[in-house]
Design a protein around this ligand. Sequence first.
Ligand SMILES: [Zn+2]
Ligand SMILES: [Zn+2]
Ligand SMILES: [Zn+2]
Ligand SMILES: [Zn+2]
Ligand SMILES: [Zn+2]
Ligand SMILES: [Zn+2]
Ligand SMILES: [Zn+2]
Length: 1754
Amino acid sequence: MAAAQSDRDPPSALCAEFLNFSAKDTASRWLAAADLQQEVYAHLAVYVPRILCLGPSGSISSREEQREELACQLLLLAPLEWLLLGEEPATGLALLQEKNQPSPLCGHVFKVGEPTYSCRECAADPTCVLCMQCFLGSVHKEHRYRMTTSGGGGFCDCGDAEAWKKGPYCQKHTPTETRDTEEDPVAQLPPDLVARGYSIFSIILKYAVDMLTWEQDDQLPAGLEPPEKGDTYYCMLFNDEVHTYEQVIYTLQKAVNCSQKEAVSFATTVDRDGRKSVRYGDFQFCEQAKSVIVRNTSRQSKPLRVEVMHSSVVAHQCFALKALSWLGQVIQYSDGLRRVLCQVGLQAAAEAENSSLVDQLMLNDSKMWKGARNIYHQLLMNSLLMDLKYKKIFAIQFAKNYRRLQTDFMEDDHERVVSVTSLSVQLFTVPTMARMLMVEENLMKTIIKTFVDHLRHRDLQGRFQFDRYTAQQAFKFGRVQSLIGDLKYVLISRPSEWSDQLRIKFLEGFEAFLELLKCMQGMDPVVRQVGQHIEMEPEWEAAFTLQMKLTHIISMIQEWCSTDERVLIEAYRKCLSALSHCHSSLPDGEQPISLSLAGHCVETFRYQVSQDKVSIHLPVCRLLAGLHVLLSRTEVASRFPEQLPLGELSPPLLIELPLRCLVLCAQVHAGMWRRNGFSLINQIYYYHNVKCRVEMFDKDVIMLQVGASMMDPNHFLMIVLSRFELFHIFSSADCRKRYREANKDVVQQNNTLIEEMLHLIIMVVGERYVSGVGQVEAFDEVRREILHQLSIRPMAHSELVKALPENGNKETGLERVIDSVASFKKPGVTGRGLYELRPEWNKHFNLYFHHYSRADQSKAEEAQRKLRRQNGEDTACPPPLPPPLCPLFGSLVNLLQCDVLLAVEGAVLQWAVEPSGGGWTESMLQRVLHLVGVALLEEHQQLENSSGDDDVTFNYTSKITRPGEAPSTSGSVLALLESLQNAPHLEVHKDMITWILKMVTNIKTMRERTSSASTVTISQGQGPEETVRDKDKAERKRKAEMARLRREKIMAQMSEMQKHFINENKELFQQSLEELEASTSAAAEHSPLSLDPSCVSQVCVGPRRVGGAERRQLVTCILCQEEQEVRGHGRAMVLAAFVQRSTVLSKNRRRNLPDPEHHDPLFMHPDMSLGIHTASCGHIMHATCWQRYFEAVQLKEQRRQQRLRGHTSYDVENGEFLCPLCECLSNTVIPLLPHTHSPDRSVDHPSLEAWLKTTNQQIAALHFAHRKQSDGVAEGAEPAVPEGFRVDFTPQNPFSSSISEMITTFSMSTYKVGLKVNPNEQDHRVPVLIWSTCAYTIQSIERLLMDEEKPLFGSLPCRQDDCLSSLTRFSSSCWTAAPVTTTHTHFIRLLAALVPDSQVENTPCILDIDMFHLLVYTVLSYNSVHSLDQSGRSGVDSAHLHLLHLVTVAHLVQVLLTSTTEEVCMDQDSLATEEEELTCQLYNTLRKHLGSVLPEVTSGWQLFHCVKVGVLPFLRAAALFFHYLNSTAPPADLLVAGPGQWEALCSYLSLPANLLQLYQSQHTLLEPLIHRWCCHPGVRQNLQGGGVIVRFPRESNRLIELPEDYSVLINQASSFTCPRSGGDKSRAPTLCLVCGSMLCSQSYCCQTEVDGEDVGACTAHTFTCGAGLGLFLRVRESQVLFVAGKTKGCFYPPPYLDDYGETDQGLKRGNPLHLCAERYRKIERLWRQHGIAEVIGHAQEANQTLVAIDWQHL
Ligand SMILES: [Zn+2]
Ligand SMILES: [Zn+2]
Ligand SMILES: [Zn+2]
Ligand SMILES: [Zn+2]
Ligand SMILES: [Zn+2]
Ligand SMILES: [Zn+2]
Ligand SMILES: [Zn+2]
């Protein structure tokens, strides 16, 4: 290692070179040389190894990197530039650019994560995208656009006229003049420049290509060998997609002995660039590392690729990349130079194919490492793809090499984005290019052939066989699918004109495609499993993946065919012959069976789905069905019948396979295939699923229609009956009877099969909404789909989109029709916008809509019946009027009136008339009634459209009046219907039968009246009025009865209250807090509102205060339901509570978190950077009941952890539990304490002066005592002790042991959470933290009330009210649990901040103290001092009042010191008020002490305004505090928002309305205090800019402002680079909503160690920004992330909505998103109310998968 180090050229050696080197001279020397290439190579051979890749690159510093960069530019690139331009490069390039006429193409290459835009209306295909700049300047901004984030690669299509149907240019790229695009840009350049360009570009490009494709590790190409070659090597590690990050990191640590951090950095670079040198040194040294790596990674898979390469080789490769980038930059200046480079790149040597430099690059693509590929791909995009002429030539080369490139890609293990094959999207999506390639290079056929060749594994019949795939083949199958993508690009735009060549090539491609489909026809056949369940689920997914991927291709090929008659005819022929080829495998050798029914006979195959092989994959049949429909739609069939092989069609053959498939589905539904497992269920599911059905299920139905329209309807139906294995049931009455007595399962199976078969017949005659089958447009088809979706229930836009099939352009056509059928309802703060069906469309509802699943059907039926009942209509759902059929399908209607169908109908009706046993179902009847209805509608319509009775051949009414000939019929269908009309067991169908009978009557009347030409309109569902009314009455009665029953049930449940209470409350808690806030604190036993508000003004502090101690507090334990009075000596009652650290009020997020061990929390800084918040759900328990409950929770958790690891939504080890009633997250309990005593009115109220004097004496006595205690001796004389004050007095504990225990419990929780330390009851900081959480919680609630403009009192929800009152009372008593001297010391130190005390050190200045905290602390700690006063002559209340006065004055001073009143000249006409004068006076006093540090302010009005506003939050918080402390009822004025608040507040606090009087009245006493405050050195320091000055009132914190348009955020995030890995794009940029920092989340690079654990950037950030709690927006995912601690988190809907009122989590749909201010405010409120942790808890409780996510790694 050492030897290698010394070999290095010290960088300083290069410095001398810099000075002596002249780029200009070098260039001219080269120019003069005979062989330019030799000269340039010689130069590179010398300099490249000396500049680049010196030494171990792991430790390269950014300075070295800069030096390398500089040397590269000066010594290597500058001479090239001189040579090219022949002048100063900067000048030359500027000149070039000036003269350049840029092409209108934008060509901006996308970075990873950059937003891209596409227009749903104008883009030629979905791959056409715009960059943000172009988009904003384009017309598409106003269109329906789609927004996505780029995966990197690809470029902006702005300016490409072929990419856009409309508006191809943005404002910037609109061509200024009509420029001749054919003009050669090279001609614009001076010829000598062109000549130099050719030679330089050839040399450099060749050099780069040679180096990048160089495969020797120790040699260099001729002419590049370095003058001296040292023994310096690199051990180069290459990327693969097999080994994980962890494996690589682990191996590297072992192999090259580096730290974990270095290993991570190596691994990251290898992943990004594709290779990285991990060791530098002599050959031996590198070999050694290589063998360790190989050994370590070869166990399970093939080893990591490692090579030992000579340093000069690495250096040249490195420079080759720089040279390519340089070329890319230079050509940006001139389109002429770009074209020169293109020519150089594509120039082929005369004799050899694929000899051009670009060919060499492409063909070696899969051998290069990622970084190299990326750079040359980028160069291709900047050069060849930007020049329209060369783009074409390149495309041809690409197409020529297509097969080989794809084959290379199959072997390559890199992702497709870094493969040259991914350029296909740039070439094939240009329609003219695609067509040219198709004609000249037979591209379509090439792609399909390549695809088929790569799927080699076939069965005996030549079909694909995926179930035998090895892992390797499966991987290849995954890769080969990208070819389908290429095919899609080629086909995506249909030709508007066809040339003969195009026809020929398309049909060749079509034939190749048929070959592919033939390999799929009959794939994965299944055989019904009887007896035993299958042993192994067969593979089915691969076949369906293929089908799904091909769905769009099949549809597109049909669209192509539809645009040209000749092509269509040829395609049809080819398809038919392919199908006959497939059919040849049908076993036709066996004897056919002969069927006869209702006087008709037919022969058919001997085949049973339930016994023989059947396959779902029939793509050839289905393609033929599609083409057949096109024949009908384009009317080719009627115009050129002679050219069509219609005569060759054998209808029974056509329908055979699709029918088998449909029967298979029916049998699966009937439960006959249960033993075949889930794979079959899944296949059936996908067969009907929206992703596949267009080219599967739908086409099968069409094929049956095709067959039926060409056959005798009776024959068709007999074959159907036979395939359903139902023929015998309808052919003889006896047989039917026999089955009725048979096995119950068999009966049920047959019933389902009959239902399915009837449904199929309904579809065959009724599904006419395909253009070509019925006379409809595509528009009608989509509309019908939507209206049936909306008939189920109102739906959101995205749900509808999901329910509709997408075309190749990812469009459903939804937008065009949605507004005509539905009305949109906007969403509220939650939920999403919904579309609702307009009522006029209800009559188009078809219960047997073919895309309904059974579940959809019953939901829709229920919804429709309900709707009809609501409208007072009858509940019949008759079939809607079907559209007329196209001529080719016209004979389908005959199915409705054929004998076999009538026989079937008759049979079912007959069974319904005499129902016995299980041989009949209502669904069956319902389907028959529907069929009858369809037939009647058909007849009615034909009659209406005809001129006379004669030409209506359809005469269903006459047929149903005829007595049937079918075996079982006893009467005519009509007679049967009439007898069913009043059957009591068919009440549900009564309306439908009535409707049918009326139709029959109508039609009869019409037929009778045909001569008189008057038409009768059908009166749908107009029953006689009376029946309607009767029904109404019955309905109402039924409802009343139901309601009564429900009430009774509820009453019964009430007695079981506890159980149900929980559930009810659960719902309550899911309601937002706002709703809860309406229910104000009104619990009767402590409601102060009942007092007469008009009586003497209420005072909450001081000797005049009104107490509330008289009221008894009765509470009920939620666990045992016992009532209990709260008393000091009673059983302890506790309130479930949650204590958490909070930074919600922080005004300084940069302050570091305190060191837990040494932090002194006694003085809260006014920046409030960290507080402790307490919340409660307000549920009360016995302490003992709670303890029992908590122990049970602990036990359960222990057991659970033994079984499965992982976290729960609450952390039992940290004392967390869920409230047993409402499941609110809690981590401690607050004991309930009795009210404070009423003030003792017998004692005097000393003046402030007198009180201060006494207190000072008391303090002096305490000081003395403490000293004596700690040192043993006390110096000086014993101070005079006030009478009755006993220093050694130990106050009696006023609480029972159970309450004391709970006091300790809560104290310890607060201590533990607040400081993040282990519990320690002896710590003197324990009481301080309790006071702190009391003060902080009050302050945060005061802020919320203020910002939401709610009154100070009476607007809090009960639970907060209860929480604050117990918390405050608890805080005032908690000192009883701490050593008494501790509290004394605290009081002494606190008071010293106000009344300076020489014996107390380190008192902060008043600018460093939050005055409200000080007030709370002093008041609460004073209690302990007062307890020593046994004189009985002083009241604690007087002290409270004096403390309030003192703190208020200090706060006034604080406000004035920090006020920033800028002198505004305002004419003040009115005289200054007393308040203003006093304010000025005080301010001037301050200036006297501090001098020029304070600015001069003359406007008393402004100053006073400042004071009043600044001090208000303090007064409000103080009022809340004393209100809860002393249980004093609030004054009426503070119960409502409005004027008079100030006066009411002051009087409630026993303060003068003019606060300045506090100072004025005690002037002599306060003056020296103020002087001492101001003289504290901290004040001056602070004001002179020694830190963040907090000004009053402190502005409330809000979440950061978010942009209105979401794409602005995406754009911001896309330019955000990872702060740790030098300019890399971050993969998951995440925005902190609290402070606005952007973080690099969910990535190795930005993991940090927090408390000995590696955590992701988000989690790490929460510890500095939110004390462990964070709110983030994951920008790429459009998702809000809540994180609490390391183990808890959840996702939350983002505040961004699309125009349909929906969020787009994961940005999958790409609709434009806009900020929804209300939703964002809701999130903000959640945060400010400290509700995030609870939301996380509830989310995790509801969704256990959230618990399993590693939140800490985000
Ligand atoms: Zn652009
Ligand atoms: Zn543009
Ligand atoms: Zn547009
Ligand atoms: Zn209890
Ligand atoms: Zn609760
Ligand atoms: Zn933050
Ligand atoms: Zn990072």
